[in-house]
Write a protein that binds this ligand. Structure first.
Ligand code: BTN
Length: 249
């Protein structure tokens, strides 16, 4: 029964071959409804955070985007939606007996090797309002060891971690169901709903980190994540910074 929840809530759009599901969703935002799941098994030019590429690792991996349409409430927490998806994905990985860690804000890694990435992109309409949010995610489910070795940063995949071939449809259903299960409460309650689940998987707390925020890099100790999902960092002069956006490098 639970496995069917997302079928009731989400529309699905499968693309045979596309440069990037995120780009497709942004380009077609006016024709795509709220809560539409767009996916392909052949993504030729995937995009990542920090202007990186998301490498195509074959059809048995996940390349997908969820289109969300804003309401007033959602605007306040929309940057936290990547953290919701991050917790959801991490919990699904755990069902397979692996225990990834989260690197703020939304990288998912196992032994410091990336297994999944999330890229949120907004589209602003001519009135200056947010028309839609595209929540893109890639998951390495089934790859060869050589393939992950060739990525520009340490990476792994679920089959390499578990020793089993992973059924991508089953994995996807688990992710979408969990996302749908939490989504409405998340819109009401925001990051606080998942803060505990997020923190217990955080790999960066009480560590020295460098955080890139646009052109600036902050260095210091990551001390906490606030109730809004922002990173608290204390620098060497004992000055505290609250970083709402950015990437731990
Ligand atoms: C990251 O850099 O960690 C984010 C990677 C996000 C990759 C996914 S794959 C599906 C969607 N379409 C894209 O072009 N990128 C995202």
């Amino acid at each position: 029964m639970l496995l069917l929840l997302y079928n009731l809530i989400m529309k699905k759009l499968y693309l045979d071959k596309i440069d990037s599901t995120n780009k497709y969703c942004k380009d077609n935002i006016y024709n795509i409804d709220d809560m539409t799941f767009v996916y392909t098994y052949n993504q030729t030019n995937g995009r990542g955070r920090l202007e990186r590429k998301w490498t195509y690792m074959g059809k048995d991996n996940i390349y997908a985007s969820i289109v969300l349409k804003p309401s007033k409430k959602m605007k306040e927490i929309y940057s936290n939606l990547t953290q919701l998806l991050c917790v959801v994905l991490t919990e699904v990985f755990e069902e397979y007996g692996v225990f990834p860690k989260i690197k703020w804000p939304n990288d998912i890694r196992i032994n410091h090797k990336k297994i999944s990435g999330i890229l949120a992109e907004g589209v602003i309409n001519s009135d200056g309002n947010l028309e839609g949010l595209v929540l893109g995610f890639g998951v390495n489910l089934n790859t060869g060891e050589d393939a992950v070795y060739n990525i520009d940063q340490p990476a792994t995949s679920l089959n390499l971690e578990t020793g089993n071939v992973i059924d991508k449809e089953v994995f996807l259903k688990k992710v979408l169901n969990r996302f749908c299960l939490l989504y409405n409460r998340f819109i009401e309650e925001g990051f606080l709903l998942i803060r505990g689940d997020y923190l217990k998987r955080a790999e960066f707390l009480n560590k020295e980190v460098a955080v890139k925020v646009f052109d600036k890099t902050y260095e210091g100790t990551a001390t906490d994540v606030t109730e809004n999902g922002a990173l608290k960092l204390t620098d060497k002069n004992n000055q505290e910074h609250i970083l709402l956006i950015g990437d731990i490098l």
